[in-house]
Design a protein around this ligand. Structure first.
Ligand code: 2RA
Length: 348
């Protein structure tokens, strides 16, 4: 027995990971519903050792469930999340639609778990953008030890951040470049195979992209509005795993060894940092893992109190599905919600 859960967008990259992680973490689920748009109605997804069929979002009675995990893009969230919240369940929304709404908490459980107290305002909790989630998990323990004044971040974001179509485009273009088909860019604005693209999302008037702005806006909301952050987001030909080069200026000196110690104790972080080839993490190593990996911690001698490091995580897991499931765990652990069935038993 446990919670009644619905996953909207269950057939997507993140939706499938949500199903897998709920099971891996033994989240107490009494009944699981896979919800999709009319076009995916009837499609199958795996839930444990069972197959469940997608139900039509237009016909589903959301008042019968406790938790709704939304991962079907901003348009679906804008059309549905507030309506669903008013029917009673808590919506954990993976889109950017509500992240800056003052009545919607934006949560990374390792960073600002207390924000869960705001969950009932609209019955919506926002899940951050993938590149912000892994960044703040690494920044938070350092910021607690020595205030971060400014950070410079460059991202190396995998194609799975752009959904299944992004992954298909990298795969098909890679084959096409060797003469096996059409290499014309469709999902990405330029060729992604054997290339990198310094553009994710859409251009803003100030020359940044909205993906870049999300990183400072979300860091300000969850961690500290006083941190100055400048960001360049880049798409790279990697299937899963976002990487980030991060340079931070603190308000006091902090040695690489002290930073390593702090990060080793920090929830959700794994430090892999030795000057040898097993001593740093790449996205291929991080794919399928739950941790935020930190490597290559070193002094930045060009500024006062500067450190540079490398942060890698599975963007579909900590960047999306895992964080959403951890928010569901936080709702349960804090008693913010209790199952409609009134019974909460973890099946192990
Ligand atoms: C991307 N950050 O990687 C986006 C997904 N949320 O495209």
């Amino acid at each position: 027995m446990g919670y009644r859960v619905a996953i909207v967008g269950a057939t997507g990259n993140v939706g499938r990971e949500m199903l897998a992680i709920l099971e891996e973490l033994n989240f107490p689920v009494e009944k699981m519903h896979a919800i999709a748009s009319r076009k995916s109605k009837g499609m199958e997804v795996a839930w444990g050792d069972k197959t469940i069929y997608c139900e039509d979002i237009e016909r589903f009675d959301f008042s019968t469930v406790d938790i709704v995990l939304m991962s079907a893009g901003g348009d679906v969230s804008r059309a549905w999340s507030e309506k669903i919240g008013k029917l009673g369940p808590i919506v954990i929304d993976n889109s950017s639609a509500f992240r800056q709404d003052k009545d919607v908490p934006l949560i990374v459980p390792e960073v600002n778990p207390d924000a869960v107290k705001q969950a009932k305002k609209k019955n919506i909790i926002a899940n951050p953008n993938c590149s912000t989630a892994q960044l703040v998990v690494a920044l938070k323990p350092l910021h607690d030890a020595a205030k971060i004044k400014r950070a410079v971040v460059s991202t190396y974001q995998s194609v799975s951040g752009a959904g299944k179509e992004g992954m298909d485009e990298l795969w098909n273009q890679t084959k096409a470049i060797y003469g096996l088909g059409d290499a014309t860019p469709k999902k990405f604005p330029k060729q992604i195979a054997f290339n990198v693209i310094p553009y994710i999302g859409s251009f803003r008037d100030d020359g940044y992209t909205d993906e870049e702005a999300k990183m400072w806006e979300e860091t300000h909301k969850m961690l500290d509005p006083n941190i100055k952050l400048t960001v360049t987001c880049v798409r790279v030909p990697v299937f899963v795993g976002h990487s980030e080069s991060v340079t931070v200026e603190f308000d006091r000196p902090i040695e690489p060894d002290e930073a390593r110690e702090i990060l080793r104790e920090a929830p959700g972080v794994l430090v892999v940092d030795k000057m040898e080839h097993d001593g740093y993490i790449t996205p291929v190593d991080a794919a399928g893992e739950h941790a935020v990996f930190v490597s290559r911690i070193r002094k930045d001698p060009t500024v006062e109190n500067g450190l540079s490091f490398w942060v890698v995580s599975d963007n579909l897991r900590k960047g999306a599905a895992l964080n959403a499931v951890q928010i569901a765990q936080l709702l349960d652990e804090t008693g913010t919600i209790t199952p409609k069935s009134g019974v909460r038993t973890v099946i192990v």
